[in-house]
Design a protein around this ligand. Structure first.
Ligand code: FES
Length: 321
């Protein structure tokens, strides 16, 4: 995978590895000289370049007020593509990894009330959100589902919140009862959800008719998209306003690939539409959004797009590149 992320790249030391649950290892990263790390807000993730060259996005699950360390937690995936196995089997205290400064596609907006819904390792971005919300005095609840208690990370840290947190282990109580929590929209409430695709899809379905912007989700893998019919893909023109370059994007190439071939430097990391590194402002034209980040409302605004996967519905797109 080509990785050309223009964010500040930090060389950080693995200070500590901790088992947070069965199959979940947290990694504490610090600056080798003890310098404070760049600031971040709840919901942010970092892109970590592992020793095997793989780049993976991990949500920060430490305290943003603690500038001395970043903590991420990694689930050992059954069908790992190499990242989680590397972290579990090869990464050790004292190793150095490259970390791009934090990026936040999952910011907490101000609201009177919050419902946080986590499935398994999806607790990671929600943990700092819960902490900040609890400190703010807003009303909130966390629904946290997992297979077994032993596989659910950070239960100790969540204990302090008492009945605001509903821990639902599948082997004790079955699946999360989304129907009773998401019966109808509550005025002034925002819903934040992170977890496996099945949970996110189920929450999205229940909130489909709710006011725009009520639900915010974060995916760890690309949202299933209709498989584009290769013969139906069409080419289009892209005008890069800042560079003064116009290119023709063929049906077989992405906008990112075409711009790079024309000599335009485009930062990227995941190249799957999940990290936000390649986000580009749209000046004119109608994008065909295929990312897993933008909400329906953001898509409808057509003011920004992820050019690693997005294409165009109009014959011409004008981008701020
Ligand atoms: Fe990650 Fe485009 S490079 S969204």
């Amino acid at each position: 995978m080509t990785t050309r992320d223009h964010r500040q790249q930090l060389s950080l030391l693995v200070k500590q590895l901790t088992w947070e649950a069965d199959g979940v290892l947290s990694v504490l990263l610090v600056d080798p000289d003890g310098k404070p790390l760049p600031p971040w807000q709840p919901g942010a993730h970092v892109d970590v370049t592992l020793g095997n060259g793989l780049v993976r996005q991990y949500s920060l699950c430490s305290d943003p007020d603690d500038r001395c360390a970043y903590r991420v937690a990694v689930l050992r995936e059954q069908d790992s593509r190499g990242g989680s196995v590397y972290v579990h089997d090869r990464l050790r205290p004292g190793d150095t990894v490259t970390v791009a400064e934090p990026l936040n596609n999952f910011e907490v907006r101000s609201a009177e009330k919050y419902l946080f819904i986590a499935g398994g390792i999806g607790i990671t971005p929600l943990l700092p959100m819960v902490r900040a919300t609890a400190e703010s005095g807003a009303d909130w609840r966390l629904l946290y589902g997992g297979r077994r208690r032993a596989s659910m990370a950070f239960l100790d840290e969540l204990n302090r919140y008492g009945s605001r947190v509903d821990v639902v282990a599948e082997d004790e109580r079955g699946m999360l009862d989304l129907d009773s929590w998401l019966t109808e929209p509550t005025s002034g409430m925002l819903v934040y959800c992170c977890g496996p695709e099945g949970l996110i899809t189920a929450v999205e379905q229940r909130c489909e008719a709710w006011p725009t912007g009520t639900l915010q989700v974060e995916r760890f893998s690309p949202k299933p998209q209709p498989v584009p019919d290769a013969d139906a893909e069409r080419g289009f023109e892209v005008v890069c306003r800042r560079s003064g370059i116009t290119v023709q994007v063929p049906p077989t190439c992405t906008i990112m690939e075409t711009l790079r071939a024309a000599g335009i430097d485009v930062p990227s990391s995941c190249e799957e539409g999940i990290c936000g590194t390649c986000e580009t402002a749209v000046i004119d034209g109608v994008p065909d959004h295929r990312d897993s980040i933008l909400s329906d409302a953001e898509r409808a605004e057509n003011t920004t797009m992820m050019i690693c996967v997005g294409r165009s519905l109009s014959d011409r797109l004008v981008l701020d590149r």
